[in-house]
Design a protein around this ligand. Structure first.
Ligand SMILES: Nc1nc2c(ncn2[C@@H]2O[C@H](COP(=O)(O)OP(=O)(O)O)[C@@H](O)[C@H]2O)c(=O)[nH]1
Ligand SMILES: [Mg+2]
Length: 312
């Protein structure tokens, strides 16, 4: 059964891909089987993260970026991540309408991921869904995330190229530094460049970036102005991403990134495996018993951990 599903994924059948995604979202045994089986076929897709504040135009840009890649005959998968939405497929109405533009195109697959209940597994399952698209042979995978929470950062850090989308009004560079966007951007996108202040923001950013060392091995983030609703600057943006991609490949950075991603994944799995084993009934009971006591009467966390270890 699983092998049919794997074959279906590899021949990019939408039904198989959709099934694999729902299995991954339910996080059961079968999902691990699938992820293991597709592993050898992953690592080929180009992953782009698109992040920025709500309303900055990420979805509008995504829509146009899809078109630009499609014009180059590349297949594109999109994963929209919205940790704040409790609904599966928590896409906003506008997003749904935009998505319909690509509905009939077999070379495009769009999927939203939302947290159901806890956010714990969202970043992980998002990356795993990315692996399914990768194994299915999509050339480009776009990850659209809102803001810079931990889930978003975890998603973004697993991409090859990061677009940070700003608007002319977000001119306050200190604000951006605080948001931690400076460190993660490979390309700054100043969207809504039809509004006043786009040039000023571009100059501010370029000044900030000019302090970076002039080392050919270190990528200097690009600044690209766009008007998503007019399809303006999109090809330049896509070109900037291609340049970044070439740069990370030629400097060996991409290779290192893939290695780090592998190591991170192993460490994550080890932690969750041990946690799962550790919290057996007996240990859980010891913890519950301690919690039931008055705070002052409880063992200190350090003492309790020691006790739990001894019991183990
Ligand atoms: N004036 C202007 N409006 C834009 C531009 N790009 C997007 N918008 C509008 O900004 C709003 C938010 O866009 P959306 O793509 O949903 O932003 P997201 O929340 O970052 O995904 C929508 O009403 C868009 O039509 C642009 O380049 N110029
Ligand atoms: Mg959006």
């Amino acid at each position: 059964m699983t092998s049919d599903l794997i074959k279906g994924i590899q021949s990019r059948e939408r039904i198989s891909i959709a099934r694999a995604i729902s299995i991954i979202e339910s996080e059961n045994e079968v999902s691990r089987e699938i992820l293991s089986a597709i592993f050898p076929f992953t690592g080929k897709a180009y992953r782009i993260g698109i992040t920025g504040p709500p309303g900055s135009g990420k979805s509008s840009l995504t829509d146009k970026i899809i078109k630009s890649f499609r014009n180059q005959n590349k297949t594109v998968a999109v994963i929209g991540v919205d940790p704040s939405s409790p609904f599966t497929g928590g896409a906003l109405l506008g997003d749904r309408i935009r998505m319909l533009n690509h509905h009939k195109d077999a070379g495009v697959f769009i999927r939203s991921m939302a947290s159901r209940g806890g956010q714990g597994g969202l970043a992980q399952s998002t990356r795993e869904v990315g692996d399914v698209f990768d194994a299915a042979g999509y050339d480009v995978i776009l990850f659209e995330t809102v803001g810079v929470g931990q889930v978003e950062l975890d998603v973004i850090q697993a991409t090859d190229t990061v677009f940070v989308v700003l608007v002319p009004e977000s001119g306050d560079e200190i604000q951006m530094m605080k948001a931690g966007l400076m460190e993660i951007a490979d390309v700054f996108v100043i969207n809504k460049a039809d509004r006043e202040g786009a040039n000023k923001l571009a100059i501010t950013l370029k000044n900030l970036l000019s302090v970076l060392p002039n080392n050919p091995d270190v990528w200097k983030p690009k600044v690209v102005k766009t008007i998503a609703i007019q399809n303006d600057g999109i090809d330049e943006l896509v070109q900037a991403s291609e340049e970044h991609r070439k740069h990370i490949i030629s400097t060996g950075h991409h290779h290192r990134k893939l290695k780090q991603r592998y190591i991170r994944k192993i460490k994550e799995l080890i932690v969750s495996k041990f946690e799962l084993e550790f919290w057996n009934d007996e240990n859980q009971k010891i913890l519950d018993k301690e919690i039931a006591k008055d705070r002052q009467k409880r063992l200190s966390p350090y003492q309790l951990v020691q006790k739990l270890h001894q019991e183990d």
